[in-house]
Ligand binder design. Structure first.
Ligand code: UDP
Length: 342
């Protein structure tokens, strides 16, 4: 396997590179602008597989640089993670999100054409579904995103599906798999990689930062939702299981097809349940305050992962919160300042 991975220095990208290497990748071209990604994540990957990882600091929107790199390397496959990923930020800066997601994907698809690379796994999101009428969410649930992050990702999905249609007409072999992630948590079990966002807005690292004293308290965004304990429910998947879904997707990818799969465990946990799991991992109470609802948060997002289990043979190794929050806590204790490479 010779793969080009965009966003390779980010949270999910770096964990997926580690999984690709563990499952036989011979060469990884790791692309990242380092605007949000971490050089130290790349260094950790280089240590795991000396000589197999080539890092290229490129913004995916730089079509000329991407094209030159792809022509030189001629990777068999591309895994495309590079993007901005914060819903709240996307509401404040929609154009930045469209530029990065849609602009980046267009540039990448053109560079792939230039180099004759025909296989793509794309990092999509449950945010493309918006606020669905019923749970669980299947791949046939209507996609009606309710924020710019979700709409820009949906535009990328459409662009990729149209490329596959064009490939069918033109007799090219281009094919893609779109993975729609639910919530992701946890860190590499060997402690080599972690989760480090600035600003950190995600629930598990925010709760653990409160435990560490790096923030005064966790804010619980809304306790008046129509859910059993009043807090929002999300479907959390361990980042290692998500990473392995990408390798499964790569192996199952077929020319001229564009298939979409949900990646979640099919079970929802409330914010309070996540906080409880974090307190158990930490071994003490975590300061938490009730805060107003966060704009744009649906009460419940839960996947039906039947299709990915059936068609790709994927199955999550972790179905409880404990391994996710325990691995995240171990990494945070070992790296209280994150990658500390800014
Ligand atoms: N959440 C919270 N406090 C925080 C961060 C998140 O109560 O400091 C809640 C948030 O409202 C949502 C859930 O935790 O219901 C998961 O949020 P996260 O930002 O981790 O992921 P998202 O679901 O937005 O992708």
């Amino acid at each position: 396997m010779h793969c080009l991975v965009t966003g390779a220095a980010g949270y999910i990208g770096s964990h997926t590179v580690r999984e690709l290497l563990a499952r036989g990748a011979t060469r990884i071209v790791a692309v990242d602008s380092l605007e949000r990604g971490h050089r130290r994540a790349i260094e950790a990957l280089e240590r795991l597989a000396p000589g197999k990882v080539r890092f290229a600091r490129i913004d995916v929107r730089d079509r000329a640089a991407m094209s030159a790199l792809m022509r030189e390397e001629r990777p068999e496959s591309v895994l495309h993670f590079a993007a901005l990923t914060l819903v709240g930020e996307s509401v404040r800066q929609p154009a930045a999100y469209w530029s990065c997601s849609a602009g980046g994907t267009a540039s990448l698809l053109e560079a792939m054409r230039d180099a004759g690379t025909e296989r793509l796994v794309f990092s999509s999101t449950a945010a493309t579904y918006g606020i669905p009428q019923s749970m669980p969410i299947t791949e046939d649930t209507p996609q009606q995103p309710c924020n710019p992050y979700g709409s820009a990702k949906l535009a990328c999905e459409t662009m990729i599906a149209e490329e596959a249609e064009a490939a069918r007409r033109d007799g090219r072999a281009f094919g893609a798999i779109l993975l729609r992630y639910f919530n992701v948590a946890g860190c590499a079990s060997d402690g080599s990689l972690g989760e480090d966002h600035d600003p950190e807005t995600h629930l598990v690292p925010s709760a653990l930062q409160a435990a560490l004293g790096a923030r005064p308290a966790l804010e619980i965004f809304g306790t008046d939702y129509p859910t059993p304990d009043g807090t929002c429910i999300r479907d959390y998947v361990h980042v290692e299981d998500l990473a392995s879904a990408h390798v499964d997707a790569l192996r199952a990818l077929r020319p001229r097809e564009c298939r979409a799969f949900n990646v979640g465990i099919g079970h929802g946990f409330s914010v309070r349940e996540v906080l409880d799991a974090c307190e158990r991992a930490v071994g003490r109470p975590i300061p938490a305050n009730v805060a107003p609802r966060r704009e744009g948060d649906p009460p419940e997002l839960r996947s039906d992962p039947a299709r990915i289990m059936r068609e790709l043979g994927w199955s999550p190794r972790h179905r409880t919160l404990a391994p996710m929050v325990e691995s995240a806590w171990r990494w945070m204790q070992a790296n209280p300042r994150g990658y500390d490479d800014r």
